[in-house]
Design a protein around this ligand. Structure first.
Ligand code: NAD
Length: 426
């Protein structure tokens, strides 16, 4: 018997959570998901809010608020990154956890989605303060995470070093080394070959496949990238390998544009020395808003969510929108782009899936203490990316919908199927 849908949660209410829910509702309607499965497939299973006190170098103690949301437990442990960024809030973390669920299910990984974060600007912390924050956040999470429970990874503002501190904090607590408790670690403590570059390379791989499908030669193509962090910079390097020209990049401090192509090595050296692109002189300065409207073949948002909005959707001058960031396109902007019909979107839960796929490889290698070469990792990654992309194209043809809805219906459908098979608990 179908029961009426329960009212939505208010705990997570925010623009980005409503956006994720709207996407879910559209996809659920398209596959006629039964009412008694809808709310329990959509809403997060559980969340934890913690306060994280950190002693700063000037002797003061400041308290930061942190979160972890585990979206569902129906397919295995939960999996998802930890974000350190000033705008983190529980609604954003919940939306990101939902997207992780659909992404993992779409790629066929045995995980539910999760996400965590702390509202903090890591760029303003010293290394010692960052270590204190990372270790204390993990300390608070110990009853809630573990290789068979919830396996965090890096996201915006966190990196391999942060994952090493978290793995160490967990391991000290349980009394033995537990590398499988987090992924995205340095190779020296059980990280995987290929993990650092997995998300960015995966983005570039899927873009190349899309260009092939459109009959566009990569060597004739230009790329604009918003966000020159782990994902944006690694994608840029992979695009360069394919012969594509990177004409604009940016970070939180602003962007640079040169239609003849940017010197990536110089940009990377500047960021490594100064922790930011600010002060670089490799191109004409542009704002992050202007950058999104530059003419290019491929536009890659690789920073925050909700940057493609009704204000700029009609002004994009790209052929392909490759969503390396999670949730960069609002629901309203999606409708504008669909009506335009001249921009091919590679949706986030497909486009950036390389990261969680190689995180899965890292977890598997840690659990069996048997490690693969970089070539093995990247070859296995390419197989999963191509298979996932093909499944989305097939679904798109079958139910005649956008690429985003094709990807969402597959991911959501698999989670709902597992819930229906198991019952009410997970
Ligand atoms: P990162 O912290 O390494 O880099 C983020 C970049 O975005 C930095 O250059 C930062 O300066 C820039 N940025 C921050 N705020 C900005 C703003 N308001 N405007 C413009 N630029 C801004 O983070 P990352 O790991 O590269 O993650 C980037 C995106 O990719 C996020 O949306 C994340 O959720 C997504 N993602 C990351 C992974 C991963 O493996 N790291 C996997 C899947 C998806």
């Amino acid at each position: 018997m179908n029961i009426p849908a329960q009212p939505g949660s208010t705990l997570y209410d925010s623009d980005v959570f409503r956006m994720a829910c709207r996407q879910f509702d559209l996809a659920a309607d398209l596959i006629a998901l039964p009412a008694d499965l809808r709310e329990r497939t959509k809403l997060p299973k559980r969340c934890l809010t913690v306060t994280v006190p950190v002693k700063h170098d000037d002797g003061t103690v400041r308290v930061y608020e942190g979160y972890r949301v585990q979206h569902h437990l129906s397919l295995g442990p939960t999996k998802g990154g930890i974000r350190f960024h000033p705008s983190v809030n529980i609604g954003e973390v919940a939306a990101l956890a939902m997207w992780m669920s659909w992404k993992c299910a779409l790629a066929g990984l045995p995980y539910g989605g999760a996400k965590g974060g702390v509202a903090v600007d890591p760029g303003k912390l010293s290394r010692r303060e960052l270590e204190g924050l990372s270790r204390r956040y993990m300390q608070e999470m110990i009853p809630f995470v573990g290789p068979n429970i919830d396996v965090p990874a890096p996201d915006m503002g966190t990196n391999e070093q942060v994952m090493a501190w978290m793995m160490d904090t967990y391991s000290i607590q349980v009394g033995n080394s537990v590398p499988a408790v987090v992924t995205g670690k340095p190779i020296a403590v059980g990280g995987s070959e290929g993990r650092r570059e997995a998300t960015g390379r995966g983005v570039a791989h899927l873009v190349r496949r899309q260009l092939e499908a459109m009959g566009i030669d990569p060597r004739e193509s230009t790329v604009v990238i918003q966000g020159f962090g782990n994902v944006g910079a690694e994608a840029a390097l992979a695009f360069r390998e394919y012969g594509m020209r990177i004409v604009a990049i940016s970070d939180v401090s602003g962007g640079f544009h040169n239609p003849r192509g940017l010197d990536l090595d110089a940009a990377l050296a500047h960021v490594s020395a100064k922790r930011s692109l600010a002060g670089w002189n490799g191109g004409d300065a542009v704002t992050n808003e202007e950058l999104l409207e530059l003419p290019c073949t491929v536009l890659v948002p690789a920073a925050l969510e909700r940057v493609i909005t009704p204000a700029n959707a009609s002004k994009l001058r790209c052929r392909v929108l490759a969503e390396a960031a999670n949730g960069p396109t609002t629901n309203e902007a999606d409708l504008i782009l669909e009506a335009r019909g001249d921009v091919e979107i590679i949706p986030d839960i497909l486009c950036n899936t390389g990261g969680v796929v190689v995180s899965y490889f890292e977890w598997v290698q840690d659990l069996q203490s048997l490690f693969w070469t970089r070539d093995e990792v990247l070859a296995k990654l390419a197989v999963i990316l191509d298979r996932t992309r093909e499944s989305v194209e097939k679904q798109r043809r079958k139910i005649r919908c956008t690429r985003r809805l094709a990807a969402l219906t597959l991911g959501i459908g698999r989670v709902a199927e597992a819930k229906a098979a198991r019952g009410l608990f997970p």
